[in-house]
Design a protein around this ligand. Structure first.
Ligand code: ATP
Ligand code: MG
Length: 762
């Protein structure tokens, strides 16, 4: 490949060598690099790999467990076999490297191959781009999970709020290792999908690539089957099928045992194709598990988990607009260096306030995409603006950049250097304060936020427009910048919208104080630290009559507690109560935490939780102030707590697998003989076990119910009344009715069991 194809131009005159992943500042340095040893070595390696590819076969169809030697013996009949690489994990395919093209052609000339009585699928190995992956450094690809305490400590040491905001980015963004791991995974997916879907491309989008990456965030992938469809169509017709780029005809798309033989991609429904994608994921991609098709989502996806890294991901096949809005977010991030820290700070604040991050992809909270748009909109509306409007960008776009996706105009300059630079000089500190101020007073229900126009659209005029008649209006109206009839916050309910506004008001008030603006000379929490302290719905607003809330008394603190230690003691009681609640859901009701920390196997994780008596630290939306510190003395906690009593909060995401709330009395009667030998907790656990067994499968395909549980220390703790714990349950969307019954059962069951559990621990 010519060296020039390896070079990518960067904004402001720089370049990047795609082959070596090296950025260089200017042309002379680029030339030096291209002549240099590293580049030359990689070029040679690429040439060697390509030659190797050209004489290799992709073989599948053999019996599971077939040894490499057997395949090697079989193909020896046609000429020398240099190497056989088996798909280690699933044993369903192998790459057979032959001595030269001549042997390969001999093998391919044979119309049929069979080994041990089964028919083999034999085809040339797909050609793929050579990607250099530097040797892996020692240690994990993932950052260690950052505890809120550690985050607060680090932030307190910064010099000012601007420095704190930059630090937030550094602490949350991907490590080099994690980025590389994602690149490798994408390359692996690409390789395997190409084998099954000729011409297919795997394209990452979302936070892995839009510049707002947070260690451990999901991996959003788009499988582009456009070329495969064309290819299939031409293979079906009588013309000679041409693979991508007019390369050699692809023999398999027509053959009766091709994965494509049973499906017509052009006419098949999306869920049907996703089932096929799921099959490839399950059977052919090493290290992938928990594969699940979610056909009913607005954008149907296949969800998966990568075992080794713990990464979770989605593959969609019908989401080109997301590629486009990902590029837009990325360009906004490049256009002004304040965008990134601002988005990170707002995302983390919103997560801590339980305003953003929906655990089930639905739910009433804002998602991170919507939240990022809100920040961008805010930046468009500053005087002078920090970012241009989407309409203005459209006007700046040139001929080659005009794009229409699914009927929507997605034209904007694809190089941020061509976006006019901003005359705005506000600091990060004041921009963040401004964000809260603006949205603290915002009428989310009475207008539509438009990034295209860079201003709110009033309802009457918006409704009269074409997109306006289709957009789903609600308590929070945020128009997608490209898909103009889509409200990206349509899922947000009134309660969350009001809470968002109230939280912004509180934050704006705090931002006016010196505690926000200046570093504390006395080692107290200042700046972002107090903004990032967790809050939860019930802290600001009494629970609505129809919400699912259970109040519990906190277990008594130690007797004769000096008043100055009472607060710490309440926190300890709170943590004990939370540990009991987690144990009851997990051990007694056989529920599971639906999110596990990256890198941990579920069983391992559960084991750890059981041992620690704690909820999953990795719960995506956790207000995880505890993080393994259930037993740590209050003195170990940050001094910040002493300044502003921390609102203790804990959140879990639970999945219920069986009807453990039904017919317990009957089962208890059946277990009559055991009652004498077991304590109450064991007995209840056995009852749940029996119900699960009666229902069959240990873990059916999907849980019966999913819900988020937020535990919050009640007001009593600070006002001298009896301290209470408030448990707020939020069922997954569409499950509110089914959840009612389970909740009714919990209202009686949970307080009793918590009492018993705490007593058993005492
Ligand atoms: P994170 O995964 O860290 O929460 P994200 O930006 O990747 O952040 P996802 O919910 O994973 O958020 O969505 C992935 C991408 O899909 C988004 O970045 C955006 O491009 C697109 N997307 C998500 N939600 C919407 C939506 N409601 N409307 C349009 N596009 C969306
Ligand atoms: Mg994502």
């Amino acid at each position: 490949m010519a060296a020039l194809e390896d070079v990518e131009s960067l904004p402001r005159g720089g370049f990047r060598c795609r082959l070596c992943h090296v950025p260089v500042a200017n042309k002379p340095s680029l030339e030096d690099h291209l002549r240099g040893k590293k580049h030359q070595r990689l070029e040679n390696l690429r040439t060697a790999r390509q030659a190797q590819e050209q004489r290799s076969l992709f073989v599948s169809g053999f019996r599971k467990g077939t040894p490499a030697s057997e395949l090697s013996d079989y193909f020896q009949a046609y000429g020398e076999v240099v190497n056989v690489v088996m798909d280690k994990e699933k044993g369903v395919y192998a790459i057979v490297e032959l001595k030269d093209r001549e042997v390969l052609e001999k093998v391919l000339a044979e119309p049929q191959h069979s080994l041990g009585g089964v028919k083999l699928r034999v085809k040339p190995r797909e050609k793929k781009d050579f990607k250099y992956t530097p040797p892996r450094k020692q240690g994990s690809a993932k950052r260690e999970q950052l505890s809120p305490e550690k985050l607060a400590q680090e932030l307190c040491q910064a010099t000012d709020v601007d420095a704190q905001m930059s630090l937030v980015v550094q602490l949350f963004e991907f490590s080099e290792g994690e980025r590389r791991l994602r690149d490798l995974l994408v390359a692996l997916f690409q390789e395997v999908f190409l084998e099954f879907f000729p011409g297919a491309a795997i394209l990452p989008f979302g936070s892995s690539v839009n510049g707002f990456d947070v260690s451990g965030c999901d991996l959003d992938l788009f499988l582009d089957l456009e070329k495969t469809k064309n290819f299939q169509a031409s293979a079906k017709g009588c013309g000679e099928p041409q693979a991508e780029g007019g390369a050699s005809p692809e023999p398999d798309a027509r053959s009766e045992d091709s994965i494509l033989s049973d499906i017509d991609l052009a006419s098949a429904a999306v869920p049907e194709i996703l089932e096929l994608v799921a099959t490839v994921l399950r059977k052919c991609i090493p290290g992938v598990h928990n594969v699940q098709v979610v056909p009913k989502a607005r954008r149907p996806v296949v969800k998966f988990c990568h075992k080794e890294s713990g990464l979770r991901g989605d593959i969609s096949i019908d989401n080109k607009l997301a590629l486009c809005n990902t590029r837009f977010l990325q360009l906004c991030m490049e256009a002004d260096e304040r965008v990134r820290p601002l988005v990170y700070a707002v995302r983390y604040w919103a997560k801590q306030q339980v305003l953003a991050g929906n655990p089930f992809g639905g739910g009433p909270l804002l998602n991170n995409y919507a939240l990022s748009l809100l920040v961008l909109f805010f930046l468009q509306t500053r005087t002078p603006p920090v970012l241009p409007t989407v309409a203005h960008l459209r006007a700046l776009s040139e001929d080659g950049e005009q794009t229409v996706v699914d009927g929507w105009d997605c034209s904007f300059p694809k190089d941020s250097a061509r976006w006019e630079s901003s005359g705005n000089t506000e600091s990060l500190c004041s921009l963040l304060a401004g964000f809260f101020q603006v949205f603290g007073d915002y009428d989310f229900a009475g207008s539509v936020i438009s990034l295209r126009e860079g201003r709110p659209l009033t309802l009457p005029s918006f409704l009269a427009s074409e997109a306006g008649s289709r957009l789903k209006l609600g308590p929070f109206n945020l128009q997608d910048p490209f898909e103009l009839d889509h409200n990206v916050a349509a899922n947000v309910n009134e309660k969350t919208a009001l809470r968002f506004q109230r939280c912004c008001q509180n934050a704006a008030k705090y931002c006016r104080s010196l505690q926000y603006q200046r570093k504390s000379s006395k080692g107290r929490a200042w700046g972002l630290v107090r903004l990032f302290q967790p809050g939860a719905p019930e802290a600001e607003a009494p629970a609505a009559a129809d919400s699912f809330v259970i109040g519990l008394p906190l277990p008594p603190a130690q007797a004769h507690q000096p008043p100055c230690q009472a607060e710490g003691a309440h926190q300890l009681s709170f943590r004990k109560a939370c540990a009991s609640i987690a144990a009851i859901f997990q051990e007694v009701l056989k529920c599971s935490c639906s999110e596990t920390p990256p890198g941990l196997e579920e069983e391992e994780q559960q084991q750890q939780q059981v041992e620690a008596g704690l909820p999953a630290a990795g719960a995506k939306r956790s207000l995880d102030t505890e993080e393994g510190s259930s037993g740590s003395p209050p003195a170990k906690r940050l001094r910040a707590d002493a300044v502003a009593p921390a609102q203790e909060g804990m959140a879990w995401q639970w999945a219920v697998w069986h009807h453990v709330w039904l017919g317990r009395r009957r089962v208890r009667r059946q277990l009559h003989g055991l009652q004498q030998t077991m304590d109450a907790l064991e007995l209840e656990a056995t009852v749940s076990e029996a119900i699960s067994q009666q229902e069959g499968e240990a873990r059916p395909g999907s849980p019966l119910l999913q819900f988020t549980l937020c535990a919050q220390m009640g007001d009593g703790a600070s006002s001298g009344q009896e301290p209470r714990l408030s448990l707020c349950f939020t069922p997954a969307p569409e499950q509110a009715a089914a959840f009612q019954e389970f909740f009714h059962f919990l209202q009686g069951f949970l307080p009793r069991l918590v009492r018993q559990h705490l007593a058993s621990k005492a």
